[in-house]
Design a protein around this ligand. Sequence first.
Ligand SMILES: Cc1cc2nc3c(=O)[nH]c(=O)nc-3n(C[C@H](O)[C@H](O)[C@H](O)COP(=O)(O)OP(=O)(O)OC[C@H]3O[C@@H](n4cnc5c(N)ncnc54)[C@H](O)[C@@H]3O)c2cc1C
Length: 446
Amino acid sequence: MVVVRVAVIGGGPTGLVTGMGLARRGHAVVAVDRDPGPPDDGSPWARRGVMQFHHAHAFRPQVGAVLRAEAPAAWDAWMAQGAEPVEMPLGDGRTVPGGVRSRRETFERAVRAAALEQPGLEVRLGHVDGVTTRAGRAQGVRVDGSDLEADLVIDASGRSGRVNRHLRAPGIGGECGIAYVDRVYRLRPGVDTPPMTNAIAWQGNYVGYLVIVFLHERGIFSALIIRSTGDRELVALRHTRAFEAAAAAIPGLRAWTDPDVSAAVTDVLPGGPLLNVYRGQRGPSGALALPGLVFVGDSVCTTTPNFGRGLTTSLTQVSELLRLVDVHGSDVEAIGGELDTWDEAGMRPWVEDHITMDHALARRWAGDDIDLSARLPSDVIMMAAAQDPSIGAAVGPYLSMQALPSSLGAVEDRARAVYRTGWRPQPDPGPTRDALADVVAAAVPA
Ligand SMILES: Cc1cc2nc3c(=O)[nH]c(=O)nc-3n(C[C@H](O)[C@H](O)[C@H](O)COP(=O)(O)OP(=O)(O)OC[C@H]3O[C@@H](n4cnc5c(N)ncnc54)[C@H](O)[C@@H]3O)c2cc1C
């Protein structure tokens, strides 16, 4: 076997799972991150530069599957820290993995702890200033002014990574038009878990906004209120009094946040900008951005978090990269080219799916009807299954990300027929967006 010297830019989940997978194969890996990791004294991990670290995360079964296959020590550490794998009933007595209940911090602490113990992987503190090149190929990275040589450089610097952006074609997408605030609570001892929509979450759809509760480990949960970015009146939800008044006014959310049921464990957390962006492995000319440099995780693909897809697209891509290194060894051009083909087929469609859904959702929140003359967004197709159960057979594989968004094309005409009857999905019982804005304004007078 050829031992490949690998430099990984970024020690987030993507960088460290990639690093562990490569080191377990015998390659020599250094993962560089500017974040020093959690403080030894048990005080909170600030995790600057990764704004989503403190926000709600749902973990799909694919995340656990990749960890068990490529970084089993990280899976073991995650379970030891209290993460709860859940099974979903199939209706015939059998069950399938339904995901893992956990906070992002619990997950990332476990991944990092396992990475620090992985022989062959060094997790180094530092800022990567750039990639060094020789004869038009990557030959390493520059870390705080010093060179680190490598045969393969992996950019896992996340959605905000800037270091190699100038090398790449612009990609597709941008801000998604949706914003949210969330707050973390803990169920009181002995209280039954309130109703859930699936194994991981409860969701309520209202006129002009959306509410999601993600259940984490040990009764900890996050409550999110999701609005249009342009909805300036609901920005005030970031104030504790406004959030609490809104939570009390929305019956499905009150079932979780009633003081008899749970207690808040954080302040209200305003979310940063949410993106639907895809950038592949290529530069503006269409050639690889730089032979010997590949991009993974959020540096390639980031999607609106309300479907909780980011870690699944990221870690599924990590599996593919590891397979390509197994096949091609140090043939870095073959690795980059084939990874780009995989990204186009396996990541880009999820970003396009979210762009279509989010634009259409923003229009519906603004009062527009469903546009039956255009391609129907995936969420609109799924909702039609309430009227035509034959649509449901296509929904499961799409929702669980076992089938690409294009798979819903097979039932799109049936969904269109449902809407042509005049039927529309009914909102859950609760205030409309205008009524919610009044609740917010009363709680936080201008
Ligand atoms: C608000 C929000 C909620 C989300 N919710 C979910 C969810 O419910 N489920 C889900 O599956 N996904 C979710 N995601 C997506 C998920 O968080 C990402 O897919 C995941 O963080 C990607 O990991 P990563 O390692 O690729 O990037 P990151 O986690 O961003 O890590 C990148 C790392 O690179 C480091 N870095 C960057 N530049 C440099 C440099 N120059 N030098 C050194 N280090 C550098 C950073 O410090 C960081 O540690 C959410 C995303 C957002 C924004």
